[in-house]
Design a protein around this ligand. Sequence first.
Ligand code: COA
Length: 334
Amino acid sequence: MFESKDKKGLLPVGFIGLGKYLPEKVLTNHDLERMVDTSDEWIATRTGIKERRVVSNGMVTSDLGARASEAAIARAGLRPEEVDLIVVATITPDMPFPATSCLIQEKLGAKRAACFDVSAACSGFIHALTIAKQFIAAGTYKNALVVGAETLSTIVDWKDRNTCVLFGDGAGAAVMAPVSEGGILSTYLGSDGGYGELLMIPGGGARFPASEKTIREGLHYMRMNGGEVFKLAVRAMTESVERIVRENGFTMDQITCLIPHQANVRIIEAMAERLGYPLSKIYLNLNRYGNMSSASTVTALCEAVEEGRVKRGDLVVLVAVGGGLVWGSCLVRW
Ligand code: COA
């Protein structure tokens, strides 16, 4: 390794391998027209989403996460047994415990890794990479596998048109390690628990343990106040981008590519307008996948790199907001 520590004695950390896995089954807006009272036109104009992927044949979150991880580890030039740390962000773990990171570890054969999960909804990948970065920068671990993996199709009420049209399943993964050039320049995280009830699954935890009543009342499904979340999402994402760019001494015109959480194209357009940033420099894949919560930002980053939208030396900003509320951003020199 030839990277040198900064003034605080920390190593520069970057992404050395990215991967993604999307389940094969495609659910289009036209398919949804046959399930709830909606239309392709309504979904496309209100959200920008045309189709999403959903799991089938018993596939679960750890399966998606493991496949994305295999791709990321291979691109990083590592073997699974060389992975030191696995951090998985998910709101759809295979089960309450063991952690999905442990299940992915087993599927990968990453026997040496320490594992834990992070619960930060749609900002999960940014939260998870922020944690992993500290361990690597301090020299505690040589590398980390950070995964965003979701099977949101298992927590949406397929009879509720307000929510079921918005979400999809998928996974993305990133291997992080010390780098000799560029890397993560800064991360920023924020939260406001006062908005918790706007986006939640009320049942299935200690407050309303699974029972015949919770099932009858649909408390195990995702609930959302879409209008309020929309406004807060625009504000939180705009502020998170402005802050990380300004505090690191840059201006928006120096940012080559902005990779936002992929919830609704109208949220992204409103953010772009407030930032005075061209939509053409914002990476979008929500038309194909919908909102995949913690998997959205990392999958978008992976595709932006695969498609040559992000190249060596570019300045890239990742930004996300999710239930909690939680939000965060990450500034990377690619
Ligand atoms: N098909 C057709 N009509 C629908 C519909 C659907 N799938 N979903 C809702 N509607 C109806 C509503 O019932 C409402 O009808 P009403 O006026 O008769 O009550 C009407 O469409 C308009 O609803 P409104 O809430 O004004 O729409 P909107 O333009 O705000 O869009 C969302 C709704 C959910 C798409 C939007 O609020 C949103 O994206 N919010 C943020 C969601 C999000 O990103 N969550 C995750 C954040 S990480």
